[in-house]
Design a protein around this ligand. Structure first.
Ligand code: NAP
Ligand code: ZN
Length: 349
């Protein structure tokens, strides 16, 4: 088996550092990809530090992967050597449960295989995109239609893009709808761009007043500093849908109050500690809904990538070297990311 360079966390306390892993030889259905760029998701940090209490060590995070195909198996029809390709948060699923049959592999009844830290239920650990290459079966590999010059900004679409796209589509963000996006980080800034491109009226909620101008540039029609009760009060009962991307526990009632009757707030942020339980009266008196959403299926991810290519949408990125990852994590914890770190994987060699 080929041995390659990677970057790993060995335990919850230590910084990530160089590590060697093995990748399988491509089987008939497999695509081998040399990784060019890998986005840095807050989930990488939650996992590296075992904040969700399910981390298998050593842990090689990274699930926003773009690269170039270097080998394909004999049965591969979707890709050829030299193509650009992407890999997101999943590399396999059971393929036969109702969710898989509907193309919602992320909700696989038998548990999808994560690009890293999977399969969670038995089996070997998987290693993600903080590495030189990856081998993935073709049905979990995405086509990239963006120009090559935009590749770094495409990487974050594989998680931040699809995680915001899927609920925005589910709840029909579009013309005539007022959509709130909470948190302007990696997910949130993609939420603002995508909701704007879908034609919704976008209201961004941020705890960081210094991000107001960026929020407008990215596509928000209004920006609200969520720590200011007077600004929040002016939004009461106005929104059809809220997408909440915040990575820390906070008061959900403050946002539920902003929904219209029959409005929905979907949580995609996955903090290590629980949110305080929401006020039931905020829900029942206006028949409001509070829900959740997990990434998106492979078919929907391809639709999102194609939409972004057609509309010239990429992530706003700050590119870093692999050995800057620990500093990047610290900055992410301070909400100081504009708006996604992406690792130049050439710096790992
Ligand atoms: P991120 O880049 O760190 O962005 C999170 C943003 O939340 C921050 O930039 C900040 O924005 C806001 N924020 C942070 N702490 C806050 C606090 N205490 N109170 C209020 N707002 C706060 O993280 P990300 O990569 O976008 O990921 C966000 C969360 O989504 C993580 O928990 C991640 O694990 C999860 N996630 C879930 C899925 C899924 O499928 N559901 C997929 C990917 C990631 P402002 O400065 O604008 O306030
Ligand atoms: Zn992610």
């Amino acid at each position: 088996m080929p041995t390659i360079q990677a970057y790993a966390a060995q335990d919850a306390q230590s910084p990530l550092g160089p590590f060697t892993i093995e990748r399988r030889e491509p089987g008939p259905e497999d695509v081998q990809i040399r990784i060019l760029w890998c986005g840095v998701c807050h989930s990488d940090l939650h996992t590296a530090r075992n904040e969700w209490k399910n981390t298998l060590y050593p842990s090689v995070p990274g699930h926003e992967i773009v690269g170039r195909v270097t080998a394909v198996g004999s049965a591969v029809t979707k890709f050829k050597v030299g193509d650009l390709a992407g890999v997101g948060c999943m590399v396999d699923s059971c393929g036969h449960c109702p969710s898989c049959a509907e193309g919602e592999e992320q909700y696989c009844d038998n548990g999808f295989t994560g690009t890293y830290n999977g399969p969670v239920f038995g089996g070997e650990n998987t290693f993600g995109g903080y590495s030189q290459s990856i081998v993935v079966k073709q049905s979990f590999v995405l086509r990239i239609c963006h120009p090559e010059s935009q590749l770094a900004g495409v990487a974050p679409l594989l998680c931040a893009g699809i995680t915001t796209w899927s609920p925005l589509r589910q709840w029909e963000a579009g013309p005539g709808k007022k959509v709130g996006i909470v948190g302007l980080g990696g997910l949130g800034h993609m939420g603002v761009k995508l909701a704007h491109a879908l034609g919704a009226h976008v209201v961004l909620f941020t705890t960081s007043p210094e991000k107001i101008e960026d929020g407008k540039r990215l596509g928000a029609d209004e920006v609200v500093v969520s720590r200011d009760p007077a600004q929040m009060a002016r939004q009461a009962g106005r929104l059809d849908f809220i997408l909440n991307t915040v990575a820390a526990p906070h008061d959900l009632d403050a946002f539920l109050a902003l929904l219209k009757r029959d409005g929905t707030m979907t949580l995609v942020g996955a903090p290590a500690e629980r949110h305080p339980s929401p006020d039931v009266f905020a829900l029942i008196f206006k028949r409001r809904r509070l829900g959740g959403s997990l990434i998106g299926g492979i078919r929907e991810t391809q639709q999102m990538l194609d939409f972004c290519a057609q509309h010239g949408i990429v992530s706003d990125t700050e590119t870093i070297r692999m050995d800057e990852i620990n500093t990047a994590y610290e900055r992410m914890l301070k909400s100081d990311v504009r708006y996604r770190f992406v690792v130049d994987m050439a710096t790992l060699a």
